[in-house]
Design a binder for this molecule. Structure first.
Ligand code: 26Q
Length: 835
């Protein structure tokens, strides 16, 4: 049946021309009531559930976002600005409401409006579920990046997947992690708008054929595919008080109609429903690994689905604006690939430009190589993505042909650069030969991009000297560093309003968008009155964290203790076990009465383990078992408390970082690409105990050696020591460590669970322990002693705390994004008028 078009008479007035929305307290009261009563049909009795009030307020805020978003869109269209598209499998957005109010500059008006209606806004804010569409650092970085892009008025758009289920919720049962699905959409998501009108068709499976078109030109056709629809959902991304509201577009997979109908008409209802389910599986769930879980077909479907939908969308927009002339496409567009996860986009852009839009290979390759940029987030060689050629041939036959062709061209480039160097050809080939051929996605990403960057100075250097050395020799100009950051709006202004107010009182509020201004706090470190207020705010934050945790957990924390925090994914390289060894050592000191000048500590560890990562799950069990023994020992009392914080997530961190005294950043040197939790904690006045790894190096450089607790082997020392690493000899020579190992090995922490920690103990005692935990024990314990000494002098500690905050300016994503823009994207800032 032909599509009936929606025909209207000639409009007397534009349907998109609406009066401006007010932002006073009264405007919010009016709008709130409208939504609460009319749209939602609630009454006075509905007060008992804050959910409805949260919904009504959010709808009022959302209107203001939508208004500015269409304004921003229109400005970008009219100015025909160069744009960047940030492609990421993860956007770990967390909550939206309070961030939206902050950025729109309406927090006070909205709070007062709620107050007048007898509602406390904090309670509403706390109702919102996290949008947990990411694993950890990489996903949260994407969220901070789009906040900074909007704040810097850059025409930037995020593209990702709208997973039905986000990062699992973690509960702890008998000390062990239990995962529960995170059905975050169960009550709907008011921040998004479904844009069915921009749906696109994604091909999968089938085969290729060469066909001759009307002009007699030969073209490759990808046919007999099983198509899936990509439906976009748009979420507004407001800049800080600047009228810019950019867009995050997340794709949902939906079965195509004919896909169901064919089989349905043939009488096979069950088959047709099964096919629908298969199609819609694509965006059902986020893969909960923060390292590579290699080879899963569904993951490849997800990656291609994201890449193809986003590129088709960008090209469709281009054609609406410019027609079929792609000659200035590369001048106007840039794609930033968040790790190799979306890097199939390189081959997909080649396919769309050549097969679909008829460009020559050379022209298309020129465009691809001028528009794609790749960010690497890991140094662990085992985490580099590879896909089996066989799988790709079955799922994405045309893409596999294109990758072979890219590789053939690239191999001849390498051959002419290094004539006769066969070893180099095989080392650098995008196709890894072996029992089964594999596609090395990082190599595809490097070959197809004009920029390759790491996420901290050390990380970028190690990429050039190690993992990507051959490529660096061939194309040194492609390689660059972009040290990570975090957005100071969420990670200081919004999560720590009391500290933010004190800072603003001291130095004005420009720091919110120019974080280097925090430097002006330095002289205040010498002001005793200021230090007092600083301490009070930290104390209140600790108290709030304690109260909040008490609501949900059977937990006793000491507000006068040093709050020692390690929150991040559980991973061997992050060495949560080293932290536990130190806690056991402190416990041992208490038991043997070595408690002169004791500093009470609450050690809080939080983080999720990938469900298939046995060693990480066992680490959680160890933390909980050690906590049980210590926390229930009358000799220990309040002097030492260890607690595992379940379900660590974005909203959890917003509560934790204001309360932190000490930030644990203790990865094996050379393994953590950057870290970003380290930056959030520093910004909120925590001191770091850390190795020379990732961004810790730059943190120490900014704050000064005297305000940072450094320990551990350097990356170079690790690599030298590795060759003759002898944990037994180290244990032999260290009495404290012997006692700690004895407690562990004697089953002191697993009396009724014999043997459960054997693997874990064996792994740290192995000569081949890649993370060399034992090697850093002594130096770590000594650094912790320096922490205690420093904490005893309250005034001195507070001074250092202020200096940490004052020197955190570099770690704003505003700085990071300015650098991406200066070196890679080269966008003009486009101010948006709000008429
Ligand atoms: C890959 C294939 C299949 C399934 C899952 C994955 C996968 C998913 C997520 C692999 C890696 C990730 C996430 C990695 C990540 O978060 N890396 C962190 O990125 C941060 C931001 O740059 C850095 O600060 C951290 O150092 C780095 O570990």
């Amino acid at each position: 049946m032909p599509n009936k078009r929606f025909v209207t008479s000639k409009p007397k007035s534009s349907i998109t021309n609406v009066p401006k929305l007010g932002v006073t307290k009264d405007d919010f009261i009016d709008d709130f009531k409208q939504y609460y009563v009319h749209l939602m049909g609630r009454d006075e009795n509905s007060r008992s559930s804050p959910f409805y009030a949260c919904e009504a307020l959010s709808l009022s805020i959302r209107d203001r976002l939508m208004e500015r978003r269409s304004n921003t869109d229109k400005t970008y269209n009219d100015t025909d600005s160069r744009q960047v598209f940030y492609l990421s499998m993860e956007f770990l957005m967390g909550r939206t409401l309070s961030n939206a109010m902050l950025n729109l500059g309406i927090t006070d008006a909205a709070s007062q409006a709620m107050h007048d209606l007898g509602i406390e806004i904090e309670e509403l804010v706390d109702r919102e579920l996290d949008a947990g569409l990411g694993n950890g650092g990489l996903g949260r970085l994407a969220a901070c990046f789009i906040d900074s892009c909007a704040t810097l008025q850059l025409p930037a758009m995020g593209y990702g997947l709208r997973y039905e289920y986000g990062m699992f919720t973690q509960t702890v049962v008998n000390g062990e992690q239990v995962e529960k699905p995170d059905h975050w959409l169960r009550h709907g998501n008011i921040w998004e708008v479904e844009r069915l009108e921009y749906s696109l068709r994604i091909k999968l499976g089938g085969h290729t054929e060469i066909q001759t078109d009307e002009q007699g030109k030969q073209r490759v056709c990808w046919i007999s595919t099983q198509d899936v629809l990509a439906v976009p959902f748009d979420t507004p991304v407001p800049g800080f008080k600047n009228n810019t509201v950019n867009t995050l577009r997340l794709w949902k997979a939906v079965a195509t109609e004919e896909f169901n109908l064919d089989e349905f008409n043939a009488g096979d209802y069950a088959e047709s429903v099964a096919a629908k389910v298969t199609a819609e599986h694509i965006t059902m769930v986020l893969y909960p690994n923060d390292a590579n879980e290699n080879g899963k077909e569904l993951r490849l479907r997800q990656q291609y689905f994201l890449a193809s939908a986003s590129l088709q969308d960008v090209l469709a927009y281009w054609i609406r604006q410019h027609g079929h002339d792609f000659s200035s496409f590369a001048d106007k567009s840039c794609f930033q690939l968040n790790d190799t996860h979306p890097s199939i986009a390189i081959a997909e852009l080649m396919r769309l430009l050549t097969d679909v839009h008829g460009l020559s290979w050379e022209t298309a390759w020129g465009i691809t190589r001028q528009t794609m940029a790749y960010t690497n987030h890991t140094l662990l060689p085992e985490a580099l993505e590879k896909w089996s050629v066989k799988l790709m041939q079955r799922l994405l036959p045309r893409l596999m042909e294109i990758i072979f062709e890219i590789n053939a061209h690239f191999m001849s480039e390498v051959a002419s650069h290094w004539p006769g160097d066969k070893a180099r050809l095989s080392r650098m080939s995008i196709i890894e030969e072996g029992a089964e051929q594999q596609v090395r996605m990082a190599y595809l990403a490097i070959v197809g991009s004009f920029s390759v960057n790491g996420v901290a100075r050390l990380h970028s250097r190690l990429l050039q000297q190690g993992l990507f050395r051959d490529f660096y020799e061939l194309w040194p100009h492609k390689f660059n560093n972009k040290t990570n950051g975090v957005t100071p709006r969420r990670w200081l202004a919004s999560c720590n309003p009391a500290l933010a107010a004190l800072i603003t009182e001291a130095i004005g509020d420009r720091w919110i968008t120019h974080l280097e201004e925090l430097k002006k706090l330095e002289p205040f470190a010498e002001d005793a009155g200021f230090r007092n207020r600083w301490r009070e705010i930290k104390q209140d934050a600790k108290q709030r964290l304690i109260e909040h945790k008490k609501q949900y957990l059977d937990i006793h924390l000491n507000p006068d203790a040093l709050f020692d925090i390690q929150v991040k994914r559980i991973h061997e390289y992050k060495r949560q076990i080293l932290n536990v060894l130190h806690v056991i050592h402190l416990y041992d000191r208490i038991k043997r009465g070595d408690t002169d000048n004791w500093v009470p500590r609450c050690v809080l560890i939080g983080g999720k383990a990938a469900p298939g990562y046995a060693m990480a799950k066992r680490t959680i069990k160890l933390i909980n078992n050690v906590a049980n023994v210590i926390n229930s020992d009358a000799d220990v009392g309040d002097s030492l408390i260890l607690f595992f914080l379940p379900d660590y997530r974005v909203s959890g961190m917003e509560m934790i970082c204001p309360a932190a005294d000490l930030s644990e950043q203790i990865s094996t040197a050379g393994k953590e690409a950057s870290g970003t939790g380290n930056m959030k904690l520093m910004m909120n006045g925590a001191l770091t105990i850390g190795t020379l790894d990732g961004a810790n190096i730059e943190i120490r450089e900014e704050v000064g050696d005297e305000n940072f607790f450094l320990f551990g082997l350097t990356e170079e020392q690790i690599e030298v020591r590795r060759k003759h690493y002898d944990p037994f000899a180290i244990i032999d020579q260290d009495e404290d460590l012997q006692r700690v190992m004895h407690l562990l090995e004697s089953g002191h922490f697993n009396q009724f669970e014999p043997g459960i920690f054997d693997d874990l103990i064996a792994s740290i005692k192995s000569r081949y322990d890649p993370w060399m935990t034992i090697a850093d024990f002594r130096s770590y314990v000594d650094a912790q002693k320096r922490v205690e000494a420093a904490y005893q002098d309250k005034e001195h500690w507070t001074r250092m705390s202020i200096l940490n905050c004052a020197n955190s300016g570099k770690f704003s994503t505003d700085r990071t994004i300015r650098e991406y823009n200066r070196d890679i994207w080269k966008l003009d800032s486009v101010p948006v008028e709000y008429p």
